[in-house]
Write a protein that binds this ligand. Structure first.
Ligand code: CAA
Length: 398
């Protein structure tokens, strides 16, 4: 029995608006390859990456999040927004939710609950699912879901080529303009140490090959549960948005899923289902919690054909590990609500840096002495981290 029409009883709920932001700077993989002597084919073909976003010294998960969410608030106002759920793996504080800073920068009402969620790259999907539940309970409410991350591995490690940074803001509501999200979800959790970041570290630790196997195992597990919960058949999906730490991972994941389903694993079949979902991730890099939703943005923005009514699959994976497979259908008229020009501008306006400049930016860290430290103005984005004082981060509109 299928129950993927179950939302209909409560009215359709899903993504009403979607906006993303990224950083001021970008490092092309040609530049990384030139520095470390790697054949560029490994980056362009082997991992499927062209470039990665690099934050300015006055950019972080809060400034990117506010930049992503500001156009959503400008278009829809704050009425009915009573919850902000902020998902991140690269949290800036052990106690305070990063979303509280965003709440202030955006001038949201005090009558709002704000919370931060964590489970590696999966947390953006947890935030989305929590938002769907809240709207189901009260369809007059709209929930601001934000996923924002800076992906950082040790310099000169294999992970360095899979860094990146971006934030996605989504407004979740009843009668959404972009995507109805369906029930059910397929879920999977397994305790593995494939990628993690102890509180005392700025960079993630990773067992690269183990992380790829863990991801594929999670795809299989989440898909199996999705089927058992009455989900759609694989052939019904027009496209699938995968979590993309590097875009080749989406190819590996879909090939694995086809193999699990006993289907043909031809590269042409894989390409057809991935479609344009990798377009932004290939030039932005890994944005952890935001990655799968950059995949959705790319699909909607960059696909020429009309996607109305098409079922889209989502596979969200967070190391450690938790995964979820779910589906949505594209809403009639969605095209009028896209932010294609702004998204392309966010990617195109980045300034290219060479390897030494990138190293200087990535090695920069905030002083931990509690003194007053003002930061130079580098970002061209709408918000900046002005500095720190008394161990407090100071944000301001630019
Ligand atoms: N031309 C074309 N292809 C080439 C090539 C060349 N000249 N040289 C190498 N390649 C290919 C290799 O054959 C390989 O392809 P396959 O995977 O299809 O076999 C690919 O390029 C990568 O080569 P290696 O496996 O040798 O690369 P590596 O050991 O340097 O590491 C990595 C790659 C494991 C992804 C590493 O970048 C890493 O650890 N990244 C961080 C972890 C990560 O992203 N894991 C993904 C799953 S975990 C997750 O999804 C959560 C998350 O966001 C972190």
């Amino acid at each position: 029995m299928t129950n993927h029409g179950a939302n209909a009883a409560a009215g359709t709920i899903g993504i009403h608006d979607l906006s993303f932001a990224t950083t001021q700077f970008v490092l092309p993989h040609t530049e990384l390859a030139r520095y470390n002597g790697t054949d560029i084919g490994k980056y362009h073909i082997g991992i499927g990456q062209q470039a990665m976003s690099v934050p300015a010294v006055d950019e972080d998960i809060v400034t990117m999040a506010a930049a992503a969410a500001a156009p959503v608030i400008a278009r829809h106002g704050t009425d009915g927004i009573r919850t902000v759920v902020f998902a991140t793996e690269s949290s800036i504080d052990q106690a305070k939710a990063a979303g509280v800073y965003v709440h202030t920068l955006l001038g949201l009402p005090t009558s709002t609950r704000v919370v931060e969620l964590k489970q590696a790259c999966y947390a953006g999907t947890a935030a989305l699912q929590f938002a769907l539940g809240l709207v189901h309970r009260d369809p007059t409410q709209r929930i601001l879901v934000i996923a924002s991350d800076v992906s950082k591995y040790d310099a000169d490690s294999p992970g360095e080529a899979t860094q990146g940074a971006a934030a996605v803001a989504m407004l979740v509501s009843a009668d959404p303009a972009l995507l109805h999200i369906e029930e059910p979800s397929g879920l999977f959790t397994a305790d593995v140490m494939d990628f993690w970041r102890p509180n005392y570290r700025e960079t993630a630790l990773v067992d690269g090959q183990e992380s790829i196997s863990a991801y594929l195992q999670a795809v299989e597990g989440a898909w199996k549960d999705y089927g058992e919960q009455g989900g759609r058949a694989l052939g019904e999906f027009h496209a699938i948005c995968y979590h993309q730490p590097f875009t080749k991972m989406a190819h590996k994941a879909h090939r694995h899923l086809l193999r699990c389903c006993g289907e043909d694993t031809d590269e042409a079949v894989v390409d057809r289902v991935l479609g344009r979902t990798t377009a932004y991730n290939a030039v932005v890099g890994n944005s952890y919690t935001a990655s799968v939703y950059l995949g959705l943005a790319a699909l909607l923005d960059e696909t020429d054909e009309d996607l109305t009514g098409r079922p889209i699959g989502f596979l969200s994976y967070g190391s450690g590990s938790v995964a979820e497979f779910f589906a949505g259908t594209v809403v009639p008229g969605y095209h009028a609500h896209l932010r294609t020009a702004a998204h392309r501008e966010a990617v195109d306006r980045r300034q290219t840096v060479d390897y030494p400049a990138y190293r200087e930016l990535r090695d920069n860290s905030l002083p931990a002495d509690g003194g007053d430290h003002m930061l130079p103005a580098q970002t061209g984005g709408p918000y900046r981290l002005a500095g720190t004082s008394g161990h407090k981060r100071l944000y301001e509109p630019r």
